[in-house]
Design a binder for this molecule. Structure first.
Ligand code: HEC
Ligand code: HEC
Ligand code: HEC
Ligand code: HEC
Length: 460
């Protein structure tokens, strides 16, 4: 009995210990779950609040935005010798941009990381050549990929975070020895290497070459239940799609349900984030193919990967575990050199002429809308028309000489229509409004002349 009891105790102890060992790999509850989609679809984001809090606390503070500098005064291109991208900035703004770039990319090394201190105009350091292209790339991302980066935008800090080499980049892996045709060890077919960027799964460890540099199709589901002629996807390519999906989830710190209604991964009845992610994939290809790969020759050898390729970006480069990089911090908008160089403000339109028998209304470049003060320029003329039923309004449109004649005539016509509609809206009968053919204006010597973009209304 005692013996049996003793045996039982050992067994229980063993079971408890085994359980503890097995559970050690699990995260301790409670977890939080946030509903993402329709009820009953299982579209929830599950987080461990303790791990999340520790991750947030470990993030270094985002460098402060220095106050914008005056935009007046001489331009950088007039004062310095070799500015090709940021030349339109004022000298003060240019200097502020240099200081922030240093804080974002080379805080410890300082200006000399990119510059030859004896001559700041010198381009002999590869870092400066790369940085110039990076400025153009950042401008391009903010200007042309707003479908992904929205108003949040990106700065150098989004990727670099105080490091010359962003912490999360990828290279093509070297072909392992065993995969050579003359070696008898079996080919690993790209599997079973613990790669953190795909969540330590055993799936293909390089989905990036095909999908974020190459333009291979990611979608794997066929159009019919059984294989059809003309549609062929190997198990291996499906695995690559899944390992890219693992990367996307890991990079953003989210579950698959952040982007998918998992009753069917292929259908688009999914959250809006999936469309944002679709653009993100195309944007990463654009960065890698249009900016990074062409810089390969500029980098020293030790910066290239085992296959001789330059470091490239994937989702984690910007996102680093957050669904919006840096928690959606929008500091890019504070740096006009990275968003878009300031456009000169459009000259103000002249005040409308508002007389009892004549109105003159002015329009913006390319616009046929009666905006602001211009909308009030018919007041006196309408008073005359209401008091005198025999008057007829004649509308003539004028256009400037800038641009093509056909487009200008169409615009002048639309402007005349806008004025006619304003008269009809004020209660004037249609029969009392006469439209004349648009005329090219006499005041066209200087091209875009605000006085040329006008409609005149005269009472007869
Ligand atoms: C990450 C690289 C990088 C760092 C760090 C950097 N710069 Fe620059 N700098 C550039 C690039 C690129 C240009 C050229 C910009 C262009 O072509 O529009 C430039 C140009 C300049 C010029 C114009 C030189 C000329 O006559 O053509 C000055 C002045 C300058 N930087 C000052 C600074 C100062 C001061 C610092 C430190 C606070 C600094 N830079 C840090 C990359 C850098
Ligand atoms: C989309 C991500 C991204 C953004 C935004 C970005 N970079 Fe980079 N940058 C990279 C990658 C990737 C590399 C290649 C890493 C390497 O050097 O091997 C790189 C390399 C560099 C290097 C060369 C570093 C070295 O020592 O090899 C410099 C300098 C640099 N970037 C400056 C900038 C500046 C300045 C900005 C902002 C105007 C900027 N970058 C914005 C991703 C980015
Ligand atoms: C950040 C958003 C996002 C996350 C997270 C995400 N996906 Fe996707 N998924 C997409 C997008 C976008 C596509 C379509 C890609 C394309 O067509 O270029 C896609 C496509 C797929 C496809 C192919 C569907 C078809 O039409 O054949 C599968 C399967 C898939 N995802 C599975 C997953 C799994 C499993 C996870 C979690 C491990 C996941 N996804 C996480 C955005 C996401
Ligand atoms: C150049 C930096 C950059 C890269 C690379 C990048 N993203 Fe983003 N992403 C952003 C920024 C910035 C936002 C925030 C936009 C906003 O505020 O709506 C964002 C937002 C998103 C969102 C919307 C999140 C939400 O909460 O609504 C998704 C989804 C997303 N990214 C997926 C991806 C995927 C997938 C990849 C890789 C294929 C990727 N991103 C690569 C910068 C980047």
């Amino acid at each position: 009995m005692t013996r049996a009891f003793g045996f039982g105790r050992t067994a229980v102890l063993g079971a408890v210990l085994a359980g503890a060992v097995l559970l050690a790999g699990c995260e301790r509850p409670p977890m939080t779950s946030t509903q993402q989609g329709y009820r009953g679809t299982g579209m929830v984001q599950i987080d461990n609040p303790r791990i999340k809090a520790a991750q947030e606390a470990a993030r270094p503070p985002i460098p402060a935005v220095t106050p914008p500098a005056p935009t007046e005064g001489p331009k950088a291109r007039d004062i310095f010798q070799n500015v090709k991208v940021l030349g339109d900035l004022s000298v003060a703004e240019f200097t502020r941009h240099m200081a922030s770039i240093t804080a974002w990319v080379a805080p410890n090394e300082g200006c000399n990381y990119c510059h030859n201190p004896a001559n700041l105009a010198d381009d002999s350091k590869y870092q400066k050549v790369v940085a110039r292209r990076m400025i153009e790339m950042t401008q391009h991302l903010n200007a042309s990929w707003d479908k992904h980066v929205a108003k949040t935008g990106v700065t150098c800090y989004t990727c670099h975070r105080g490091n010359a080499i962003p912490a999360q980049v990828w290279h093509k892996p070297a072909t392992p020895q065993r995969n050579r045709p003359d070696v008898m060890l079996g080919n690993d077919f790209g599997q079973n290497r613990a790669v953190p960027s795909i969540g330590l799964t055993s799936m293909h460890y390089d989905p990036f070459s095909d999908f974020l540099q190459g333009e291979e199709g990611i979608r794997v589901a066929g159009p019919a239940a059984l294989p059809t002629a003309g549609y062929k996807k190997s198990i291996q390519s499906a695995e690559k799609s899944y390992s890219l999906m693992m990367h996307m989830s890991e990079a953003l710190g989210v579950n698959c349900t952040f982007c998918h209604n998992t009753h069917s991964f292929q259908v688009w009845d999914s959250p809006p984030q999936r469309a944002v992610a679709w653009y993100g994939i195309r944007m990463a290809r654009d960065i890698n193919n249009a900016y990074l790969t062409p810089l390969t020759a500029s980098f020293p050898k030790e910066r290239l990967g085992p296959a001789g390729d330059v470091a490239k970006v994937y989702c984690a480069t910007c996102h680093q575990g957050q669904n919006k990089p840096l928690g959606g911090n929008a500091m890019a908008s504070q740096y006009i050199g990275l968003v878009a160089l300031a456009q000169p403000a459009a000259p103000a339109l002249p005040a409308p002429v508002d007389e009892p028998r004549k109105s003159v209304l002015y329009f913006g470049v390319g616009s046929s809308a009666l905006e602001g003060a211009q909308a009030k320029g018919l007041a006196q003329l309408i008073v005359t028309m209401t008091g005198n039923a025999r008057t007829v309004a004649t509308i003539s449109g004028y256009h400037s000489a800038a641009g093509t004649l056909a487009a200008n005539q169409e615009l002048a016509k639309q402007r005349a229509f806008a004025v006619r509609d304003a008269l009809l809206a004020a209660g004037v009968a249609e029969a009392r409004v006469k439209l004349e053919k648009p005329q090219q204006t006499e005041a066209n010597i200087a091209g875009e002349d605000p006085v040329a973009r006008r409609v005149e209304v005269t009472l007869r």
